[in-house]
Design a binder for this molecule. Sequence first.
Ligand SMILES: [Cu+2]
Length: 479
Amino acid sequence: MLNRRGTLKLGAVAGVALALPAERLVSAVTGSAPKVAAFQQQLPIPPVLSPVYSDRSTDYYEMTIKQATAEILPGVQTNVLTFNGSFPGPTIKATKGRAIKVTVTNGGDSPAAVHLHGGNVPHDSDGHPLDVIQPGKSRTYDYPNAQRAGTLWYHDHAHHLESEHIYRGLAGMYLIEDRTEAPTLPRGQFDIPLMFRDVALDDQGQLLWGNFDADRRNILLVNGVPQPQLKVRRRLYRLRLANVSNDRLMKVKLSNGAEFLQIGTDGGLMARPVRRTEIGLFPAERVDVVVDFSNVAGGSQVKLINSLGENPGCTEVMAFQVTEGARRGQPDDDDASVPQKLSVLPPIGAPVMTTRKVVLSFDFQNAVFMINGKTYDPQRVDFTVKRGSTEIWEVTNADPDPIPHSMHVHLVQFRVLDRDGKPVEPWEAYPKDTVSIPSGQTVRILIKWDSQFTGIYPFHCHFVGHSSMAMMAQVNIVP
Ligand SMILES: [Cu+2]
């Protein structure tokens, strides 16, 4: 049912692929294959950004958007667009209740906007598509971190440009921590972000780019490199799985058949852990898991397998190289554990006042994506909502197989109620900011507009190939 791409047939629809003879089609739809041995490179961990200044309430950060090179393939310098020269961008670690101000300077040559995905932030810090930083200019984003701890990420959101900008490298992790919540979970070097995304490279190792050419992005990266390995000890690890691909669907499992213990979703910890053997990830979704390597023999390898991979490199995503070392309870173990009660979730809240229909569809005639029959107009308000109110959205993917969509709502974490009337599993119920909407399905989500902020915020499909081609709309939240 799930297809690998949201754009499988769209190249043809847009008249791109059909114009090419068959033999050229092959090279047109597939990037150059990397000549890299699997599981030789160490998994890079993106650098954690340091504040330039701190006061009693706030940490102040600075980042610069700039062209840089990244060694995606060993010995090959690939031109990328970065935050601070880092591919992916540096990780920002925030603490719940402690504000952050990030001053971003645009050293690139096109407008950019920084959106904190999953963040409860003022509308003028949300990175609205028209609220951009022009080249050579700077602006400061306010992130109050007045929300539950969670695995967020930041990325470009400039009008019509976000798809290319994210693809070229403008994305990074943003982790909000809360030391009082489930304090026994693995921490520090045992808490690892895994950012998955794909690229297509030409023969010189340079990025190939086209909004509708998702099919040729045949190299899957983890934290910026293909098929890395991570040396792990025989103990518990927290892995923050984040699919930051433009358009790729993933479904991951462990090669030894071991289970993931899922502890969190997009917006933070769940009430209780859930055992899972295979985890689907639509673009922009995050799944927080704990994996137990303590019963794996030292010297053996556990692979992370993507069952939707179209080639060996996209299937065998990475390897965990299990080193010898102490078993659980031995001196090199910090007694990490997963409590049965992870977190106390906020109550569902007030009665539902409004039900809205949101229909996602592709306009085959004009090769644009629409919400409720309209393409995105950043000047138009699509829904006016009252701050503090609770709404149900019935989100329908009206497109035929294989065009999956998703729904990302800025500012809030919502509840996923049901799919075609069937209640969803706890692992995707709450807290979510992005939900998958496969072809033909209707998914109901419950949104409590519980942010203190008002103003205009977008909602959109998070196949960014779709959102940048108009599958976006916006709410105006009024007091
Ligand atoms: Cu879509």
